[in-house]
Structure formats: structure tokens, C-alpha cells
Design a protein around this ligand. Structure first.
Ligand code: S3P
Length: 427
């Protein structure tokens, strides 16, 4: 479905954003292999986390939604059952990569695949460490899904130095470590989101920029309640909306502020953004707060590269919109992995920015452009990628005239109420 987005004169109001996608996936996974019933508050009932639930249903784990909470009926570390068919991770890279760590340690075979986009995404990054742990796991010739995972006697603990900064790879190894003989250690040189280690309460030691996270095989997990904060990556769209649409003031309640996720706020502040945090608190081991955003004159003139990239990887599309409405130049480098997301996000950002009239240079690992005053409304392709649809939907609010987002319904992957929230702020 295509959606027209008219220019917005101003945006006002108090909103919430749906629960954190990364934390929602992990809460289901950890709940499923814990003993007892895990109660999850604030779960993101969007297509991606629902794919995770569906996979665990096929593995014999029951769930129910009641009074706006999700309950996962955990069966303990060794309580999963052989599914009768291929597991379907849908569009969700987090589902297939993290669950593979769990499946590698089961005493029954499984197969897992996903939609037309997921089957193009690289899986070698998880196959390598899991095979080092002794997993019997095979993929297509191109190291993509479907994956076929066969039972092995016992996984062995490894010390795994992450060759790429990826929370998904780190988490796959940590989950597999729960089923291995001995203590598995994951070593990361560039920080990536740390929800898995926080939620599993794993010992983590940082020295000179290197972090070592340890997990002991066979650790039994007890069900516990999880509270999922609002997703900062979803809040980012409305933060930028509030900044670029003149005379706006938006308050976004209960946003997760885990430092491995909030690099984009630092970047926006460096551009001159008026963003303040109120009521900072810690709930369920994760920091959160309410964000107040006011329209700001943004300036860029910097290169986004190096070790901050993993922290802001999901926000680069919306940061590039903020930059397109700023004055100055904006360059993103060291972000080659953006080409491996739900779509090739470097190509998608460049294509759509060009439709706005911006001259963009594209590189294998990023892009660069100089912002210009007279950017144009246009027809933007979502490339069926939720973050591209939402980023250019927000751009449409700041552009004169009417813009169109092609296949706008893909927002349901992470933010089903996105378009309603846009509408709410315009009243
Ligand atoms: C995620 C990690 C990131 C991110 C994705 C969710 C996670 O991927 O892009 O949206 O929940 O662990 P990588 O770890 O592969 O960079």
C-alpha cells in the first residue's frame, strides 16, 4: 500500500513508542528456555518478535497475551521439542541468528528459513562460531538460509573473538554457550548492544576497550518478569520529526536509554538538536527516560565512522534525514554492514535522497552529501524495509508538498502504529 505524506506545519504532543524489538526477541527466547512462566510487560507485538514467538510455538513452547502482558510458558534449558516443519523466521534477522545458537544445542534436528529478503542475508557470521563449537549446521552454497541444524553429542565451549561488531553474532554464541561443555567467552573490541548479557545476567569485563562476556554451559534459568522499555530506534523517527518540522515540541515517554543504543542522540546533539531527558530511571536492568524534543536548526559537517557505527547502525537512515534538513555536509563510512540489513540500506538511502534532489556520493561502506535548502517532496521507495519507510515518511513531513511512500505497510515489522502516531502529532 502506498501512503501520501503531506507537509506538516508543526508537531505537538506526548506519545509513547512500542516496546524495544531487540529486548522483546530476547525476552521470548530466554523465557522459553527458563523454568516456569515468564511475564513480559511492554512486549513489542510486531511482525518480527511475533516470528520469534511462532518459532518457539513450533518448538513446543506455549504463550498467551493477557491484560497487555505476554506470558511465555518456559520448559527449561532442555525442554524444547522437535518441530514438525521448517521454522519460519519471516523477515527477522534477529530471530534466525539468535535462535540458531539455541537450536545448535538441541538433541533433535531443525530447519529454519524466512521470507524472500531474509534468505539473501549473510549467515556465515553465525555459522563460523557455531561450527567452531562443534555444531552440525549447514546452509546454501552462498551461506544463506535455509539452515539445517543436526544434533551433536555436546557443543564445546570456545573463546570467540568477534570479527565483526554484531550483537546478533555475540548473542548466538552466548545462547549456544548455555548448551556447551565448559565456559564460553565472547570477546568484542567494538561495543555492540548488550541486552543478551544484561538479561542473562552474564559476567562481563571491560578493559582498554575490549569486553569479555562469559557464559557457563548448563546454567539453568528460572522464569522471571521482564519489562521492555520503549524502543529508542523507534523513538529516533519522532525525535528527528520534532527537530526538522518547525515550531514543534514532542515528548516521548518511557524510552530505553541503554548506552549501547543511544549514540544517535549524541550525534543529533552534535548537530545542535534540542533534546532533553527527564525522569531517568532503571527498570529491569535497563535505563529509560522521557525525551523532550524541540525544533532546532541543525548543522552537520562531520563524518560518522569508526567504533560508533555499531551503536547507531539502525538509526543511520533517520540520521541521514536529519542531515538532509541540516546545513553542511554529512558523510557515513565504515558502515558496509548496512548493505546486509532488511534491504541494502546504503543503496536505499542514496536512491531516495536523490529523489529529494540531493546530490549523493555512494561508497561501498557509506555515502556522503551536502545538504541543500530546496529539497523536494517526491515518491520514495520503502524497498519493503521498515526503517527506510519510516525515515522517508518523516522526511515527507518536513518537505513542501506531498510525498508518497511506496509499500508503506512494512512498518508493521517493528512499529505497527507508526502512521497513526504521525497523525496524532499533527492534530
Ligand atoms: C540487533 C542487532 C543489530 C541490529 C538489529 C538488531 C539485535 O544487528 O541491526 O536490528 O537485536 O541484536 P547486528 O548485530 O547484526 O549489527
Amino acid at each position: 500500500m502506498n501512503r501520501t505524506v503531506p507537509h506538516a506545519h508543526s508537531l505537538h504532543g506526548e506519545i509513547t513508542v512500542p516496546g524495544d524489538k531487540s529486548i522483546s526477541h530476547r525476552a521470548v527466547m530466554i523465557g522459553a528456555i527458563s523454568e516456569g512462566v515468564s511475564e513480559i510487560t511492554g512486549f513489542l507485538a510486531a511482525a518480527d518478535p511475533l516470528s520469534t514467538i511462532a518459532c518457539f510455538n513450533s518448538l513446543g513452547i506455549a504463550h498467551k497475551f493477557e491484560h497487555e502482558k505476554l506470558f511465555i510458558m518456559g520448559n527449561g534449558l532442555n525442554g524444547l521439542q522437535q518441530p514438525s516443519a521448517m521454522l519460519d523466521a519471516g523477515n527477522s534477522g534477529t530471530t534466525i541468528r539468535l535462535i540458531s545458537g539455541i537450536l545448535a544445542g538441541q538433541n533433535f534436528p531443525t530447519q529454519i528459513s524466512g521470507d524472500q529478503y531474509l534468505v539473501k542475508r549473510p549467515m556465515k557470521r553465525i555459522l563460523d562460531p557455531l561450527m567452531q563449537m562443534g555444531a552440525d549446521i549447514s546452509a546454501t552454497e552462498k551461506f544463506t538460509a535455509p539452515l539445517s541444524i543436526k544434533p551433536v553429542q555436546k557443543l564445546k565451549a570456545v573463546e570467540y573473538k568477534l570479527p565483526i561488531a554484531s550483537a546478533q553474532v555475540k548473542s548466538a554464541v552466548l545462547f549456544a554457550g548455555l548448551f556447551a561443555e565448559g565456559t564460553t567467552q565472547v570477546i568484542e573490541n567494538e561495543p555492540s548492544r548488550d541486552h543478551t548479557e544484561r538479561m542473562l545476567n552474564l559476567p562481563s569485563e571491560s578493559k582498554n576497550g575490549t569486553t569479555v562476556i562469559s557464559v557457563m554451559g548448563g546454567t539453568s534459568l528460572k522464569a522471571r518478569p521482564f519489562t521492555v522499555p520503549g524502543d529508542p530506534s523507534s523513538a529516533a523517527f519522532f525525535i528527528v520529526a520534532g527537530l526538522i518540522v518547525p515550531q514543534s515540541s514532542i515528548k516521548i515517554m518511557n524510552v530505553g536509554l541503554n548506552p549501547t543504543r543511544t549514540g544517535f542522540i549524541k550525534i543529533l546533539k552534535k548537530m545542535g538538536a534540542d533534546i532533553s531527558v527527564e525522569n531517568e530511571r532503571i527498570i529491569g536492568g535497563e535505563p529509560l527516560g522521557d525525551l523532550v524534543v524541540r525544533s532546532s536548526d541543525l548543522e552537520t559537517n562531520f563524518i560518522l565512522n569508526g567504533s560508533i557505527i555499531p551503536n547507531v547502525i539502525d538509526e543511520i537512515p533517520i540520521l541521514s534525514i536529519a542531515a538532509a534538513f541540516a546545513s553542511g555536509t554529512f558523510e557515513v563510512r565504515d558502515a558496509r554492514d548496512l548493505r546486509n540489513k532488511e534491504t541494502d540500506r546504503i543503496a536505499a538511502i542514496c536512491t531516495n535522497l536523490r529523489r529529494m534532489g540531493v546530490t549523493v556520493d555512494e561508497y561501498p561502506d557509506g555515502f556522503a552529501f551536502e545538504s541543500k535548502k530546496d529539497v523536494l517532496s517526491s515518491e520514495f521507495d520503502s524497498f519493503d524495509d521498515h526503517r527506510i519507510a519510516m525515515s522517508f515518511g518523516i522526511a515527507g513531513l518536513g518537505l513542501a508538498g506531498e510525498s508518497t511512500i511506496i509499500n508503506s505497510e512494512c512498518v508493521s515489522i517493528s512499529f505497527p502504529t507508526f502512521w497513526e502516531t504521525v497523525h496524532l502529532l499533527q492534530r
